[in-house]
Design a protein around this ligand. Structure first.
Ligand code: ADP
Ligand code: 5GP
Length: 205
């Protein structure tokens, strides 16, 4: 079950090309979701997948960030083959439904490393971006700033080193999310380069 992006993608000119599958990984709180939403607003050829989760909604969340379900509903969906990938992370289930992106659109997944491994097994041409915080102090500030409780902050800080280590092994590109605008520009310019390389010079940027 995919989300409707905030602006309608316009991918018709790409119909003859193989869509890019773009994956953002990085420790919780680094800004993957914020960057992803900003990118789809600025890149009409990019479609953001909406994940399912069994985690409770945070007070700071509007409810649109995920398809929030209880654990039995998630498990039933697993058994029905709903997901491209799914994983358990700090006691909650997270999964990417089989994409139903508009024809021709490139697909953006914002997931953790176990999920990225599963997608890469199915599609080795998927492009992985590891998003880094400027520092662990900034990461903690961002987690607290978005309203995570102490337990969430501790869990995400504890798993950050392992995610960064595995993330570096999986990633084709490493981008520091220092300034939102700068980091999104860097990613957009990499995506434009990838489109040109994969689709040839006539591809529309
Ligand atoms: P993730 O999806 O990686 O868990 P979020 O996108 O929820 O992270 O971002 C965590 C918090 O950090 C949010 O409150 C967001 O507004 C903030 N944030 C994201 N990117 C930046 C940035 N470049 N500078 C300052 N704050 C940021
Ligand atoms: P959070 O609870 O902070 O929203 O997310 C926790 C972690 O789960 C983050 O690293 C986030 O990227 C990841 N995540 C979100 N959606 C999915 C998904 O569909 N699949 C997987 N494997 N991880 C996801």
């Amino acid at each position: 079950m995919g989300s409707a992006p905030s602006s309608a993608p316009n991918c018709f000119e790409l119909l003859s090309a193989e869509p890019l599958v773009v994956i953002f990984i990085g420790p919780g709180g680094v800004g993957k979701g914020t960057l992803a939403r900003r990118l789809v607003e600025n890149d009409s050829q990019l479609w953001l997948s909406k994940s399912w989760t069994s985690r409770a909604r945070r007070a700071s969340e509007s409810g649109d960030e995920y398809h929030f379900v209880d654990r039995p509903t998630f498990e039933e969906a697993i058994s029905k083959g709903t997901f491209l990938e799914w994983a358990e992370f700090h006691g909650n289930l997270y999964g990417t439904p089989l994409p139903n992106s508009p024809d021709g659109c490139d697909v953006l997944l914002e997931i953790e490393v176990q999920g990225a491994e599963q997608v890469l097994k199915q599609d080795p041409s998927a492009v992985v971006f590891l998003i880094l915080p400027p520092s662990l102090e900034r990461l903690e500030e961002r987690l607290r700033g978005r309203g995570d409780d102490d337990q969430h902050v501790d869990e995400r800080l504890q798993s950050a080193p392992a995610e960064l280590k595995r993330g570096r092994e999986l990633a084709s590109y490493v981008v520091v999310n220092d300034d939102l605008e700068r980091a999104s520009e860097e990613i957009l310019s990499i995506l434009e380069g990838l489109r040109r390389t994969r689709r040839g010079p006539s591809s529309k940027d």
